[in-house]
Structures are given as C-alpha cells and as structure tokens.
Design a binder for this molecule. Structure first.
Ligand code: PLP
Length: 390
C-alpha cells in the first residue's frame, strides 16, 4: 500500500474560498441554473485591445524565450516611470522584481520573513492567502482586527501596540480585500512614524487595488516614506487595474537588501514571467490610462447601486466602501451566520458571494460581495436577496 511522506508544513496551508464558491457556482450554472456571480474578485471587463495586441506582436517578433529572472529591463523601467507618475516617487529599477501575479510576492515575503519563533501581523478580515502563508511558514499569525465602525481601516495604534521583539513582518492592504476599506493618510503617517522605534520590522504593503478609489479618496503608497524605504515591500500589478487576472503578471518594489534573495527565489521557482505578458504589461503602463478610468467609473456606478440596494434590505447594513470592487455588508440582522447566508443565497437564489469568515475569524457576521458584474445583474441579485430575506 502506498504511504506518501508529505512534508509537515503542507498541513498548515490554507486556501481561498472564492475559488470553491466559483467552482460550485459553475457547477450549478452547468446544471441549468441562472447564477449571478458576485463571488469572484476579478474585473468582468476584457483586457484592453492594445494590451492584447502588444502580447501578440511580442510573440510574432520572436519574444518566446527566457527573460532575465526579475523582468525585462524595459518593463522594470516602465514600472519605475509609472510609480513616479502615480506616486511622485523615484524608485531604483534594480529594486523592482516582476513576478507571475500578485501572489508570488506574498509567498516569497513569507518564505523570507516567516519561520518558527517569528510573528507576522496581517489584516483580519483580510485576503486569505496572508494567513495561509504565515501558517505555512510556521510563523505566528497576529491579526490586525479591522472594524466596521472605522470603515475597515486599520488603526496605527492597534498595529504598533502589538509589535513584539519577534515581529518580523507587518502586512497592510489598502484599498482592501474583502472590505473595500481605505486607510486614511493620517493613520499611515502615524504607523510610519511609530515604526521608527522598531527597526527590526519589515512592512509588506499590498497595493494591488491602488488605482481603484472612489469619492475623491487618495491612495497613499508606502513608497512615500523615505525613512522606511530600506524595509518596505510594495506589491502591485496588472491583474485588477488592467483586467489581466489570467495573464499572471505582477511586481513588487523590494528593499535593496532583499534583492539577491528574491532573485534566487525567482530563479528557483519560475525562472521568469512569460515574455509576451511582460511586453503586454509595458503597453498597459505606457499607453493612455483612459481604459482604466472607464473601468473605475463603471465600478463606481455599480458600487453606489449595491451599497444603496443592500441598505434598503431588512437585516442588512452596508458601510460605504471607498476602494477596490468589494462591499462587506453586515448581515447579523438576518439571524444567519456568514456561511449560512452564503450557502442559502447561492443554493436557493443563485447568487454567489463569499462568507466573511473565509477572510478570517473577524469576518463573522459579514459577507463579501464583489461588484465586478453588470449593473443589471447587480439589480437582479438585490431582488433575489430581498426575496430570500422576505
Ligand atoms: N492581494 C490582494 C489583496 C488580492 O485581493 C489579490 C487577488 O485577489 C492578490 C493580492 C493577488 O493578485 P493576483 O491575482 O495578481 O495574484
């Protein structure tokens, strides 16, 4: 009888329930049910045509071999110019590492900073991969509890007071998944200032939704704090901003002292990112940003529909969410747990959402709705939710 000797760490690896919900929603759709998917976190728009054309051209021009492990120089230079345009900061292109999506940067940071005996802080509710990877690394996960009454922004004070001698990494995410929360500048300033007392702590700022802000809110990148540059990792990418989730390309700006390790991880893990995707990524950054603005203004219109609509339904309260493409309403008034709400809404009414508990224990009583779907479908989903609760 076979008896495989799996590594112990594997038993600590979590998952992302949004993919399970998607699989169940697809199964129901295949069986003939009319399913509205407000579960998955990906833009429903197509990648803009000029980006697709740039990838096709790259392949026709013969760019089908390995590239430098950290990305082609033209792309790293284009990222540097983009960061300067958006955040008004100068970044040394040697510190930019292109990887296959947003997730590899998280994975690498956890491999570099997580081990038995170290503590890693992370937002809860938050992107589930944070907690999963911290557990996998065997570091102790220390949740930063995000509260509805603060618009799901983190408070610098609550982060700083949890730092210990063993804290190796703090993960922050604004605009945030799953809440749409945006942390205001004064909290970021306070955190940056407070961190000066803890020179052993690195920050991983996940800014993958940095272009998706509403109601005049501003994005404050962690690149804005020169005093922290030697210990800040800023994660960003194309998946959400340019509707490129399936292309698998993203990047991070790393402290100079990390570059050698990150490069080795890239070489050991994936060699390099698909060459055509890198040329497409240059086109995305260098071309006019009109497509991004068009998508963001459509997300904004849908956001208003879903926030207003949910707040009209008895038992639900939806706080305003100023970023990303998620809302995270409180469903305690329905008498259901998050998981019951998610399951009943999908199985009985054909609306896919993700239970708040999929994003950590602090998500109980909440459900994530992604509004990356048409306004018509969102209206239809709102009617179905009303009927379930009636
Ligand atoms: N970070 C956050 C907060 C996310 O929500 C996601 C994707 O949903 C990622 C990172 C990963 O992005 P990618 O699909 O590019 O790996």
């Amino acid at each position: 009888m076979t008896k495989l000797k799996f590594a112990e760490n594997l038993s600590y690896l979590g998952t992302e329930s949004a993919f399970e919900v998607l699989a169940r929603a697809n199964q129901l759709a295949l069986s003939g049910r009319d399913i509205i998917n407000l579960g998955i976190g990906q833009p429903d728009f197509s990648t803009p045509p000029h980006i697709v054309e740039a990838a096709i051209k790259a392949l026709r021009d013969g760019h089908h071999g390995y590239t430098p492990a950290t990305g082609i120089p033209e792309l790293r230079a284009a990222i540097g110019r983009d960061l300067n345009r958006r955040h008004n900061v100068e970044v040394n292109t040697e510190q930019i590492v292109v990887v296959p999506g947003g997730k590899p940067t998280l994975f690498f940071a956890m491999l570099m900073f997580g081990q038995k005996g170290s503590e890693i802080m992370y937002p809860n509710p938050g992107f589930p991969i944070y907690e999963s990877m911290i557990n996998f690394s065997r570091a102790k996960p220390v949740p930063i509890a995000l509260q509805e009454e603060n618009g799901f922004a983190f408070s610098a004070e609550s982060v700083l007071e949890q730092i210990s001698e063993d804290t190796s990494l703090i993960i922050v995410n604004s605009p945030a998944n799953p809440t749409g929360g945006v942390t205001p500048r004064q909290e970021l300033d306070k955190l940056a200032e407070g961190l000066m007392a803890y020179p052993h702590v690195t920050v991983l700022s996940d800014e993958i939704y940095s272009c998706m802000l509403y109601e005049g809110r501003e994005h404050v990148s962690f690149l804005h704090y020169p005093q922290l540059r030697d210990r800040v990792i800023v994660l960003d990418g194309w998946s959400k901003t340019y509707a490129m989730t399936g292309w698998r390309i993203g990047y991070a700006v790393w402290p100079t002292s990390c570059i050698d390790f990150v490069t080795r991880l890239c070489i050991n893990d994936h060699s390099c990112v698909n060459a055509a995707a890198q040329y497409a990524a240059i086109a995305a950054l260098e071309h006019s940003q009109d497509d991004v603005q068009r998508m963001v203004s459509q997300f904004d219109a849908r956001r208003r529909i879903i926030v207003d609509g949910l707040n009209r339904i008895k038992g639900i309260y939806c706080a305003d969410a100023a970023g990303a493409f998620y809302v995270f309403p409180n469903i305690e008034g329905t008498g259901m747990t998050s998981r019951q709400f998610q399951n009943r809404l999908l199985e009985e009414m054909g609306v896919a959402t993700v239970a708040g508990t999929s994003f950590g224990a602090w998500g109980e009583g909440f459900v994530r709705f992604s509004y990356a779907n048409s306004a018509d479908n969102i209206e239809k989903a709102l009617q179905r939710i009303s009927s379930l609760l009636d």
